[in-house]
Design a protein around this ligand. Structure first.
Ligand code: NAD
Length: 363
């Protein structure tokens, strides 16, 4: 099969769909890999690395789309890319179709077979192609929060780990899923005093078993949150209610109960944010102040560490990419119900029920 990987063109997107290692695996499996020139530059992979892996470099996205049987990307195809998709082509990338009728219309019109990273499942009820980005965002949250806590950035001027004779920062993580657990581990590793709140008792039991001594946990109620935030230097919002907007767990009025210069990092901003005063920000202008409380609300946090994110995503997508290439999409999806769960569009038909419901299209 011919596997094509164009350079991402969405603004501020530095990741790439295939690493040189993934290209090398595909070539070793007998496939031809076609990479658009400079596709990997934002993640620190130059054309020479792909050539060494056995891939062929082409000058334009048009050549990639015209030649490839399967396109592997990161972000949903942009309008100009969607025009190049063909009936006999497989598209494997993040799609997020539910809030995007324009993209859905174009994918249906193209006749292509589109498999979305975000709806591929695993045996434990997880989303294995979303998890790596939650891991990245979670581990990044205390790092950006610690920077925001610095005085020159508007923060309280508190060091995460304290020093001998001075106590550490107090960090509250709301939501103990993938993001929250990774955030808590890193914050604790920096020496902070960390408490995780969650509404799932099984999850709290797991956190207690796995991380007792590293960080504390508490059942999430409005009362527990109100009490903990009064004393917190940093609050990390990491909740998710699948398929719903994030619940607002800290109101504007409550900011007045917090210490001046405390920091809110709202990782859940891509689901609307879990603090009333959150609004999406960018890497270019990531923080702002509301009532003396600093907010960090970047909606695509993994973009800040594009190289780590590209490699983490590539590790997770590679087995699926190889199955699609080795068996063809039909057989690969027949053999693996988790990959089949990723199928969103085929031959002008929407095939994913939730997207159909969201857009009012028959599935
Ligand atoms: P997850 O499903 O693994 O974890 C969410 C956790 O929130 C669950 O354990 C759940 O029990 C808990 N929860 C739900 N309601 C709660 C409440 N009221 N109080 C306390 N806990 C509650 O999800 P995840 O992968 O950790 O993702 C968390 C959020 O981070 C999502 O909104 C996701 O979209 C977002 N995210 C953002 C970025 C970014 O760049 N900003 C990157 C990755 C993920």
């Amino acid at each position: 099969m011919k596997i094509g990987c164009p350079k991402e063109i969405k603004p501020q997107e530095f990741r790439v769909g295939m690493t040189p290692n993934a290209a090398q695996e595909a070539v070793a499996n007998g496939h031809e890999v076609i990479i658009e020139t400079k596709a990997g530059i934002g993640s620190g992979f130059d054309d020479a690395a792909y050539v060494a892996a056995g891939a062929r470099i082409v000058d334009t996205a048009e050549e990639v789309f015209a030649t490839a049987d399967m396109i592997v990307k990161v972000k949903e195809p942009q309008a100009v890319e969607r025009k190049m998709l063909r009936e006999d082509q497989v598209l494997f990338t993040y799609l997020h179709l539910a809030p995007d009728p324009e993209q859905t219309k174009d994918l249906l019109a193209s006749g292509c077979t589109a498999i979305a990273y975000e709806t591929v499942t695993d045996d434990r009820g997880g989303l294995p192609l979303l998890a790596p980005m939650s891991e990245v965002a979670g581990r990044l949250a205390p790092q950006v929060g610690a920077w925001t806590l610095q005085k020159a950035n508007g923060g309280r001027g508190v060091l995460m780990g304290g020093v001998p004779g001075v106590g550490p920062a107090k960090v509250v993580v709301i939501g103990g899923g993938v993001v929250g657990t990774h955030a808590a581990r890193i914050a604790a590793g920096m020496g902070a005093d960390v408490t995780v709140l969650d509404r799932s008792l099984p999850r709290l039991r797991y956190l207690d078993d796995a991380f007792r001594g590293q960080f504390k946990n508490q059942y999430s109620t409005a009362g527990a949150t109100a009490e903990l935030i009064q004393d917190a230097d940093m609050v990390i919002g990491a909740v998710l209610i699948p398929g719903a907007a994030a619940p607002k767990l800290i109101s504007r009025a409550q900011l007045g109960t917090m210490k001046p210069g405390a920091v809110l990092v709202d990782v859940a901003i891509d689901q609307g944010g879990c603090f009333e005063t959150s609004r999406p920000t960018t890497h270019a202008d990531p923080i702002y102040d509301v009532d003396g409380i600093m907010h960090y609300c970047v909606a695509n946090m993994p973009g800040a560490v594009a190289r780590t994110s590209t490699i983490a995503l590539g590790n997770a997508t590679m087995p699926f990419m190889l199955a699609l290439a080795n068996k063809g999409w039909r057989q690969a999806c027949q053999d693996d119900p988790h990959l089949l769960a990723g199928l969103n569009v085929h031959a002008g038909q929407l095939t994913y029920v939730e997207v159909g419901k969201a857009l009012g299209i028959d599935v």
